[in-house]
Design a protein around this ligand. Structure first.
Ligand code: 0WD
Length: 261
């Protein structure tokens, strides 16, 4: 059964085939969605174009979410392709120096940039595309446990995710009158270009399968499956939610006694 037949969805945040957004796009394509993609800059353009070609050949449009002009140009380029039933926000940036060390050492400029790209960008995208989104559309953002719990080294990324999760809830309220749903997926750790910047990330990947109830890490396809569900009519009453896709890790209050780390 295809859950997204006839739906048009804009996927942001594909950098390469290991990106979470690439896993989401692949599963959405399998479920019959027509996809459009944004990419940030020439560095990733060819790789996003290649992935888009594999997944239905939809439009690939440049968009740097920290630039209002770039957002407006993206909206104008997208206009020729019709309206949207879904929007996937899979974007974050935190300077590597703020993904280890002490939170009290984070500089003001780095803080502003991370909050702009990782958190405000969800507001910016919705603001830019609010006339392009159909009533009843779904908006999805990517978050992590470090938003609400201390995950050593996640630091500024966690602070930005806390804001992002709050933005998800307030946007859900604002857009609810149009039947537009806004949710976040809180994914377990997955090796990508972004996550590799987090201090001690390979250790995090070792710990999760020892501690999580399902005793495994998760994949971008696992996230994609849940993104399909949340974007589909099956989830038509779910909004303002943070949905964990982490093999149950978030629910553990203590490591199992037999675990050696
Ligand atoms: O363990 C993980 N990988 C997790 C990631 C666990 C839980 C959540 N997440 C989140 C990330 O915080 C992010 O919000 O998932 C989202 C996607 O991250 P990813 O797939 O792990 O990482 P990556 O493949 O690097 O994609 C993030 C992309 C950027 O990639 P690069 O590698 O080029 O920095 O965000 C995009 C960019 O494509 N991006 C921007 N897009 C538009 N404008 C901007 C920008 N200014 N900055 C970064």
């Amino acid at each position: 059964m295809k859950l997204l037949e006839g739906k048009r969805i804009l996927v942001t945040g594909v950098a390469n085939r290991w990106s979470i957004a690439a896993g989401i796009a692949r599963k959405m394509h399998e479920h019959g969605a027509q996809l459009a993609f944004t990419y940030q800059g020439e560095r990733v353009k060819a790789s996003v174009e290649e992935i888009a070609a594999e997944l239905g050949g939809g439009p690939v449009i440049e968009c740097d979410v920290s630039s209002d002009a770039s957002l407006a140009a993206m909206r104008d380029a997208l206009a020729a392709h019709g309206k949207l039933d879904g929007l996937v926000h899979s974007i974050a940036f935190v300077d590597k120096a703020s993904l280890s060390g002490k939170v009290y050492e984070i500089p003001r400029d780095g803080f502003k940039l991370s909050m702009d790209v990782s958190s405000y960008s969800l507001i910016a995208l919705v603001q830019t595309l609010r006339e392009t989104l159909n009533d009843g559309a779904s908006v999805l953002a990517m978050t992590y446990l470090g938003a609400t719990q201390i995950v050593p080294n996640y630091n500024l990324a966690g602070i930005a995710k806390a804001a992002l999760e709050s933005i998800v809830r307030y946007l859900a309220f604002d857009l609810g009158e149009r039947g537009i749903r806004v949710n976040a997926i809180s994914a377990g750790p997955i090796k990508t270009a972004s996550s590799r910047q987090v201090g001690g990330f390979s250790k995090i990947l070792e710990i999760v399968p020892k501690v999580a109830p399902l005793k495994r890490n998760i994949t971008i396809e696992d996230v994609g499956n849940v993104a399909v569900y949340l974007t589909s009519a099956l989830a038509s009453t779910i909004t303002a939610d943070v949905h964990f896709v982490d093999a149950g890790y978030h629910a553990m209050g203590m490591y199992p006694p037999d675990v050696t780390l």
